[in-house]
Ligand binder design. Structure first.
Ligand code: C5P
Length: 397
C-alpha cells in the first residue's frame, strides 16, 4: 500500500505517456498522492487537463510560472515527494539527468531534488541500444537512480526489441520496492537462466537454442517486487535485467559452482536450459581437420543443478522451482520430473517447434505443485514472469 506517500511524477515526451495516465490511477487507488509534472514534449502526447483531472492536482509545466513561484518554488516542489518517478523517461530526459542539465522544469526538479528517483525508460529500440543511452544509463545507475524496464516487445514505431515502457502495475511494484515496500523485500532469490556452452575444444562448443528470455523476465519481475536477486546466467541472447546481481558462467559445472556459492537463498528458480552432457575430454587445443578422419566425441553427464539443490540437506531454499520444456506428454513428464528432482514446483511448457515458444516472446505454461496443476493461458514471457513472481511472493509470505 502506498497510503500517505507522495509521488512527484514527471511525464516525458513519448507515446508511452498514455500509460502514465493509467499509472496515476493505479497510484491513487493505492492511496498515494500524485504531483504531476508534464514536460513540453509530454504535453504533445497527453493533455495537461487529462493529467490534472486524474491526479486531482494542478499539473506543473513551466519553470518560470510566477504563480507557482509564489505558491511553491521549484526547489520546494522537488522536495515534497517521497519518490520522484520519471515515466516515460525519454532518451533526452536520461541524457539531461546524466549530464546535470537544468533548462526546463523537469530537469531542474531532478537536479534540485534530494529524494530517490525511479525512471521508467521508453524509446525506440535503436535509441535504447545506442552507446550514448547505455552510457547515460550506466551513469544514472552509478548515481543511484532506480530503473524499471524497459520491456522487450512490439513498439509503436513498428520495430521490435527492448524499449517499451514497463506496464503501470510493474511501475507501481518498482515504486513500492524503491520505497522499501515490495512484497519480496528482504528475500534473497536465485535465478538460473540461458543455455550453457559445453566446450569441444577452445573454439567449438555444444549449446542449445535457449535465448534466456524467460529467465531474464523472471529475474526482472522478482527484483521489481523487492527481492535481492542473484542471476546466474549462461551465454544468453538477451541482456541481463537491471538491478540484479549478475554471475556469468559458460558451462553446467560452472553454473553449479556459482549456484552453490550463492546459497543460502529463500527461493531458487531454475530457468536455465542446462546441457545434459558435456564432452568428457574436451581438447585443450583446437582439433585439427584431418582429411578422411572424423573426430569422436565421448560424453559425460552434467550435474543436475536443480536436483542437487532440491535434495540438499543444509541450506535448501524454502521454495525450489524447476522448468520442464517438453515436446510430448507435457503434463505427465513434468509431474514425474517434479517427483524425481525433488523440487516444489515445476513450470511446464510445450516447446514443440509448432508452438513458437522456444526463442519466441510468448509462453503457455502449466504450474505443477504438490496441490495439483494449473493451466495458464498463453501470454507474453514477461506476463508469465510477473504472475510467477506474484505466486512466489505469496508462497514466501
Ligand atoms: O531434466 P530436464 O533438463 O528436463 O529438467 C529441466 C529443469 O532442470 C530445469 O529447471 C533446468 O534448469 C534444470 N536442470 C538443471 N541442471 C541440469 C539439467 C536441468 O538444473 N543439468
Amino acid at each position: 500500500m502506498l497510503a500517505g506517500k507522495r509521488i512527484l511524477l514527471i511525464i516525458g515526451g513519448g507515446i508511452a505517456a498514455y500509460k502514465s495516465l493509467d499509472l496515476i490511477r493505479r497510484l491513487r487507488e493505492r492511496g498515494a498522492a500524485v504531483t504531476p509534472v508534464l514536460t513540453r514534449a509530454g504535453a504533445e502526447f497527453v493533455t495537461p487537463l487529462s493529467v490534472s483531472a486524474l491526479a486531482g492536482e494542478k499539473v506543473h509545466t513551466d519553470l518560470f510560472d510566477l504563480t507557482d513561484e509564489a505558491e511553491m518554488g521549484h526547489i520546494q516542489l522537488s522536495r515534497v515527494a517521497d519518490l520522484v518517478v520519471v515515466a516515460p523517461a525519454t532518451a533526452d530526459l536520461m541524457a539531461k539527468m546524466a549530464h546535470g542539465h537544468a533548462n526546463d522544469l523537469a530537469s531542474t526538479l531532478l537536479m534540485a531534488t534530494d529524494t530517490p528517483v525511479l525512471m521508467a525508460p521508453a524509446m525506440n529500440v535503436r535509441m535504447w541500444e545506442h552507446p550514448a543511452t547505455q552510457r547515460n544509463l550506466a551513469q544514472l545507475q552509478a548515481d543511484g537512480l532506480h530503473v524499471v524496464g524497459p520491456n522487450a516487445g512490439d513498439m509503436a514505431c513498428g520495430e521490435y526489441g527492448p524499449g517499451r515502457m514497463s506496464e503501470p502495475l510493474e511501475i507501481v511494484a518498482a515504486i513500492e520496492t524503491a520505497l522499501g515496500q515490495g512484497p519480496l523485500a528482504g528475500k534473497r532469490i536465485l535465478v538460473t537462466s540461458g543455455p550453457t556452452h559445453e566446450p569441444i575444444d577452445p573454439v567449438r562448443y555444444i549449446a542449445n537454442r535457449s535465448s534466456g528470455a524467460q529467465g531474464t523476465a523472471i529475474a526482472r519481475a522478482l527484483a521489481a517486487l523487492g527481492a535481492e536477486v542473484v542471476f546466474v546466467t549462461g551465454p544468453a541472447d538477451v541482456p541481463p535485467p537491471q538491478g540484479v546481481q549478475v554471475v556469468r558462467v559458460e558451462t553446467a559445472e560452472q553454473m553449479l559452482t556459482a549456484v552453490e556459492a550463492a546459497l543460502p537463498a529463500d527461493a531458487a528458480v531454475f530457468a536455465a536450459a542446462v546441457a545434459d552432457w558435456r564432452v568428457a575430454s574436451s581438447s585443450g587445443s583446437k582439433i585439427k581437420k584431418d582429411a578422411g578422419r572424423l573426430p569422436v566425441l565421448d560424453f559425460a553427464e552434467n550435474p543436475d543443478i536443480l536436483a542437487t539443490v532440491s535434495q540438499r540437506k543444509t541450506d535448501r531454499p524454502r521454495l525450489v522451482v524447476g522448468f520442464a520444456a517438453e515436446t510430448d506428454d507435457v503434463i505427465a513428464n513434468a509431474t514425474a520430473k517434479r517427483a524425481r528432482k525433488g523440487c516444489d514446483w515445476i513450470v511446464a511448457n510445450d516447446v514443440s517447434p509448432a508452438t513458437g515458444i522456444m526463442g519466441g516472446t510468448e509462453n503457455a505454461v502449466h504450474l505443477i505443485t504438490a496441490e495439483g496443476r494449473e493451466d495458464w493461458p498463453r501470454m507474453s514471457k514477461q506476463q508469465v514472469a510477473t504472475q510467477l513472481a506474484a505466486r512466489i511472493a505469496q508462497a514466501l509470505g
